[in-house]
Design a protein around this ligand. Structure first.
Ligand SMILES: Nc1ncnc2c1ncn2[C@@H]1O[C@H](COP(=O)(O)OP(=O)(O)OP(=O)(O)O)[C@@H](O)[C@H]1O
Ligand SMILES: [Mg+2]
Length: 511
């Protein structure tokens, strides 16, 4: 009964659990116009807000890599790093050339990593002694480490990969390396010897997943052994040298409680999210690049019952579901001959033949949205996905355009009815201009008024100002909807009291 959602007419579920839709005249198109709803403009909508597009993805250390607590490089003043770099890189380049002349790389490749490191260290120490380079012991140590990283690992990227506090690493050609730490993008003093070294390292990364990056095949997605998501785009497409972007994989994914601690959502807002996840609402998480969509999706999956059979579809497996009954699927790009591609759409379609109870799509980017909506509408309640968009309303528009991308020529009203019949909740994530990540809307999709989709906001983030350090201050408020549209569904799962209490507490706080 509860597994079945709509009928063919695309309207929302069965009467017994779909509470009578609030009379359209009583509801509000888009956000209810409470003062709270007006005030909290999600950052992504604000023109003055820096878009998160600048923040690509990071990657954590490979299994063999050590984890460094606080990289000395980042701790130093930036200018100092740069000044030292010039002579340092000059020396390093000379030592490196001498090493390459001396060493037999094919023999080195046969050694285990520790022995190879020892071998390189011995030879580099000899070279430094013979060539009489003047350097302190700590400089010599740093040089040794750097050269080992160049020959055996990811070169200058190694210290960044070893750090756990970095979300994204962005390499724009050999001389500019940026990182995102605590939501802020900053330049590092790290650089590559030249474009060739950068391209070689990219090549090393992508060859691990059987791919190639060069002039003839200049765009490539890959993954580091630890799961970090990597994108490479090489010249001639990248005009100023190879651009490498890494979204570092966090082994210990953030939990909803941690998001509460960071202020991304209030404790009561988190309670509402837990209930939404548990009672099998169909959820779309909307947000800009790097706004925390995947993290939030991962958090919500914690509230799925352990008995449920869940199938996840991702471009690059990032989700870490804790349930025992999970099947993880990943798309595949075409091989060098242009064959063998498996798209997200193929995966979602195939899912439907795998008896899923919930389908989770890491990122919905194209026509697979139609298949996901169909799944949501036909007995796979509690399915979830993320979409790149800057507000719940824009998210609905994006869904419509993605359906159109699939070549369907359905009347607009029918498409909207399908959307309304499928999506229950849109959760909006945003990275605000101070670098903080917040959930700015929890919005219900409740029905149609004529041709227009009606939504109502349950929770909004209300920005109140900023403190002396430029940190934005605000709070999550309930918009005063006593009985959300999914109330009967919550009651069916025995969660209505908890839901009412959480919403009421948020209202009180707002007073
Ligand atoms: N509320 C938060 N507070 C602090 N850091 C967060 C928060 N949410 C996510 N992050 C961190 O931000 C980074 C980006 O998060 P995530 O991968 O979830 O973003 P995304 O929106 O899915 O990005 P993309 O659009 O690239 O897929 C990750 O390193 C994650 O750990
Ligand atoms: Mg993501």
């Amino acid at each position: 009964m509860f597994g079945k959602r709509g009928k063919d007419d695309g309207t929302k579920g069965t009467p017994e659990f779909r509470p009578s839709t609030p009379a359209v005249s009583e509801t509000v198109a888009e956000a209810p116009r409470t003062p709270a709803a007006e005030a909290p403009k999600p950052s992504a909508e604000s023109p003055s807000t820096p878009r998160a597009d600048a923040a690509p993805a990071p990657a954590p250390a490979a299994p063999a890599r050590r984890t460094v607590e606080a990289p000395p490089i980042a701790a130093e003043p930036k200018r100092l790093q740069r000044e030292r770099s010039e002579s340092y890189y000059d020396t390093k380049s000379q030592v490196f050339s001498a090493l390459i002349d001396t060493i037999d790389l094919s023999q080195l490749a046969k050694l285990d990593p520790d022995s190879a490191r020892e071998e390189i260290r011995d030879i580099v120490n000899d070279i430094i002694a013979i060539k009489n380079f003047a350097m302190t012991i700590s400089e010599q140590e740093e040089l040794l480490e750097d050269i080992c990283n160049d020959v055996l690992g990811y070169g200058p990227l190694e210290p960044l990969l070893a750090r756990d506090d970095i979300a994204d690493i962005m390499v724009n050609g050999s001389k500019n390396v940026y990182i995102e730490v605590n939501g802020k993008v900053e330049q590092t003093g790290i650089r590559f010897r030249d474009n060739q070294q950068l391209l070689n390292i990219c090549q090393r990364i992508v060859s691990q997943v059987g791919r190639r990056v060069d002039e003839s095949s200049p765009i490539c997605d890959a993954r580091l052994p630890d799961g970090s998501r990597v994108n490479v785009i090489a010249p001639p497409l990248a005009i100023d040298g190879t651009a490498l972007t890494i979204r570092k994989f966090k082994k210990d994914k953030l939990t909803l409680d941690q998001l509460v601690k960071f202020g991304a959502i209030s404790p009561q807002g988190a309670e509402v999210l837990k209930i939404i996840g548990r009672v099998r609402c169909n959820i779309v998480i909307s947000g800009g690049t790097g706004s925390g969509k995947t993290t939030l999706l991962n958090c919500l999956t914690n509230y799925i019952d352990r008995e449920e059979r869940v199938i996840t579809c991702e471009d690059s497996a990032e989700l870490q579901l804790q349930q025992p009954h999970v099947v993880r699927l990943e798309t595949r790009p075409a091989n060098l001959e242009g064959e063998g591609e498996v798209t997200m759409r193929d995966l979602v379609k195939n899912c439907l033949r795998m008896r899923p109870e919930r389908i989770i799509v890491g990122e919905v980017r194209g026509p697979e949205v139609f298949d996901l909506l169909q799944a949501m509408n036909t007995g796979h309640d509690g399915s979830m996905g993320t979409i790149h968009s800057n507000s719940p309303r824009e998210c609905l528009n994006r869904i419509e355009s993605m359906i159109a991308m699939g070549g369907y020529t359905l009347p607009q009203k029918t498409v909207r009815e399908i959307v309304v019949g499928s999506v229950d909740i849109i959760i909006q994530a945003a990275r605000l201009r101070d670098g903080s990540r917040r959930i700015t809307h929890i919005t219900e999709v409740i029905g149609m008024e004529g041709d227009v989709i009606i939504t109502q906001d349950l929770v909004l983030y209300n920005i109140k100002g900023e403190d002396a350090s430029g940190k934005l201050m605000g709070e999550h408020v309930s918009t005063g909807i006593g009985r959300p549209h999914f109330w009967d569904r919550a009651r069916y799962y025995g969660e209505e009291q908890r839901l009412a209490a959480a919403l009421e507490a948020m209202e009180k706080r707002a007073d």
